[in-house]
Design a protein around this ligand. Structure first.
Ligand SMILES: *Cc1c(COP(=O)(O)O)cnc(C)c1O
Length: 325
């Protein structure tokens, strides 16, 4: 199933779902978004990754054939408290070490058995989520905990996020849950999307709207974070933190100006940021600037900003005009 939470990692839920329509399912958080997918005609499995929060939602979940992750005692009790019009399929979540959502292994089995006896529940799958599939630690200890928790059971299971699915074949069970890789970004800090054969889906571009000739010793933009070490030409780019570009991007964050690699200078403003174009004489008002995407991996920008590609992609602001090609 394709993970399309956070508006498909900033790519637009319905457009991303259409592009991913071959997948056997979609996973996201909001019931409203799940219903939007149903209304748009998507018939495959749709899973709410945090389940439901209110008993009032259950009938709509059931009649719209939406599956629930069930991770808390409160949710089990909610499902035991009345009779629904239709059965709901459940992904019962085991907390195997991430300590975010899910039943600890010692009660997982009991909860699963309670759900098996519940007349509101249809098919059951077991599920877990890895905390360290993208790093040194890997999945071994969580796999061991999971395998012990489900020993003797015959349910389908769902384990792998992008990192696990790429690196650990043993996590590829019935339902995979890739997210970031579907959007062409790498889940690993030390391995680029290109090395993994992934192509960026989102390219964030803007243009230079003004040029400033900045003298040695002068600053650019708000605050004192930048001082020119020489006379320089600076391109004022129409993209700022209100578009989702991180304000904490430091001096020297890569940008492409007219396909040439350059660097930001000064603090990102709400609507503008600044690129050193001293060595790009062809650049002028109207020159295209790529903030990330084709030609400039989002991971590189993210690393420079002390974050991960996920955060940059998800932060794309609604005001940014989007064209789908
Ligand atoms: C976000 C999420 C995924 C997808 O993770 P990626 O690293 O983007 O592949 C899978 N499972 C769960 C439970 C998630 O919250």
């Amino acid at each position: 199933m394709a993970v399309v939470k956070a508006d498909a990692y900033g790519h637009g839920l319905l457009e991303a779902a259409a592009a991913l329509s071959d997948s056997d399912g979609f996973a996201l958080l909001d019931l409203d978004d799940a219903l939007r997918l149903r209304e748009a005609g998507f018939r495959q499995k749709i899973v709410l990754l945090e389940g439901c929060f209110s008993i009032d939602e259950l009938d709509e979940v059931a009649t719209s054939a939406i599956d629930l992750v069930i991770h808390s005692r409160e949710q089990v009790e909610m499902l035991e408290s009345g009779r629904l019009q239709k059965r709901i399929n459940a992904f019962v979540k085991c907390n195997t070490g991430m300590n975010r959502l899910g039943f600890r292994p010692d009660i997982f089995r009991k909860m699963l058995e309670r759900l098996e006896e519940n007349e509101n529940i249809g098919e059951i799958a077991s599920m877990t989520h890895f905390c360290c599939a993208d790093g040194e630690e890997g999945v071994k200890s969580q796999m061991d905990v999971f395998n012990a928790a489900v020993a003797g059971l015959n349910h389908p299971s769902s384990l792998a996020n992008s990192a696990a699915l790429i690196r650990y074949p043993e996590t590829r069970t019935e339902w995979l849950r890739p997210g970031i890789m579907l959007y062409g970004a790498s889940p690993f800090p030390e391995q680029t999307a290109e090395e993994l054969g992934l192509k960026p889906v989102m390219t964030l571009t803007s243009r230079i709207i003004a040029i400033q000739h900045v003298m040695k010793g002068e600053g650019v933009g708000y605050g004192p974070i930048f001082r020119a070490e020489r006379n320089m030409r600076v391109g004022i780019v129409a993209c700022g933190y209100a578009d989702g570009y991180p304000r904490h991007a430091p001096n020297g964050t890569p940008v492409l100006v007219g396909r040439q690699l350059s660097k930001t200078v000064g603090r990102v403003s709400m609507d503008m940021l600044y690129a050193d174009i001293s060595d790009i004489p062809d650049a002028g008002v109207g020159t295209e600037v790529v903030l990330w995407g084709e030609g400039l991996p989002v991971e590189e920008v993210a690393k420079c900003c002390g974050t991960i590609s996920y955060e940059l992609l998800c932060a794309l602001a609604p005001r940014v005009p989007v064209t789908y090609t």
